[in-house]
Design a protein around this ligand. Structure first.
Ligand code: CA
Length: 243
């Protein structure tokens, strides 16, 4: 049975301190089930999309296969430990921001992690609120900021405000509506399938209700006009390319 996806309310998006303007995608690398589950829940509540892996090999595969805005990396991991994961990520030239999260609290571990290219360091046990604050701080740094205005000449979308503009009208989108429209506007003229869109909006282990994408598209069309997103029957959805 598919669970209803957790609604992300406008109220939550407007919550000030914990606001996430763009649907950021986080890779959580953590082998402790309880810590992992708690962090996943907290991140989703703060409107991040989260993929969770529990060993170093899966982490490297995931970082290769997907584009993430940030990784949370536990140091004590099976297969390749966190230090090795970080080293390999940096050797491959990845600039993915990494926050090392670990139970080890020795000064040496801390310095090691930072030397290997971690962007920040958290020692367990930590307060989720502090983790969220550090994530926001890392994401605010130059190079990891929100992307510029997206537009196909008809609709434009502002990642800083989650506002969509069309014909002089402005509509505020929820985090998931924004993530969906962002996926389409990144490639105007390209048809994105249901699974393309789901992958953009939800984390791997998040269950998605079968009509979740239709539901979001319906909501976006009500805000910015029925012709804003075109359905290509049996294939997917698209926005028109600028003419
Ligand atoms: Ca561990």
């Amino acid at each position: 049975m598919m669970a209803r996806p957790e609604p992300v309310s406008d109220a939550k998006i407007d919550a000030g301190e914990d606001t996430v303007r763009k649907q950021m995608r986080v890779l959580l690398i953590e082998d402790d089930r309880m810590v992992g589950a708690a962090v996943v829940q907290a991140l989703r509540d703060a409107a991040y999309a989260v993929d969770w892996v529990a060993d170093g090999a899966s982490a490297l595969e995931a970082a290769e296969a997907e584009t993430y805005d940030l990784a949370l990396l536990d140091l004590g991991l099976p297969v390749h430990d966190g230090r090795e994961v970080l080293q390999r990520l940096r050797q491959n030239g990845r600039t993915l921001p990494v926050i090392v999260v670990t139970a080890r609290d020795g000064v040496d571990d801390r310095i090691d992690g930072l030397d290997l290219g971690a962007d920040d360091y958290m020692v367990k046990p930590f307060e989720i609120r502090e983790l969220l604050a550090r994530i926001r701080a890392v994401l605010r740094r130059p190079g990891s900021g929100a992307p510029p205005l997206l537009s196909n000449g008809i609709i434009s979308l502002d990642p800083a405000t989650h506002e969509a503009h069309r014909d002089g009208e402005t509509s505020r989108l929820t985090a998931r509506e924004f993530a969906l429209l962002q996926a389409l506007l990144t490639r105007p003229g390209a048809i994105l399938s249901r699974s393309d869109l789901e992958r953009h909006i939800y984390g791997w282990n998040e269950e998605v209700e079968s009509n979740a994408i239709e539901f979001l598209i319906h909501a976006i069309r009500r805000k910015i006009g029925p012709s804003a997103i075109r359905n290509v029957r049996g294939v997917g959805w698209m926005v028109d390319r600028a003419s």
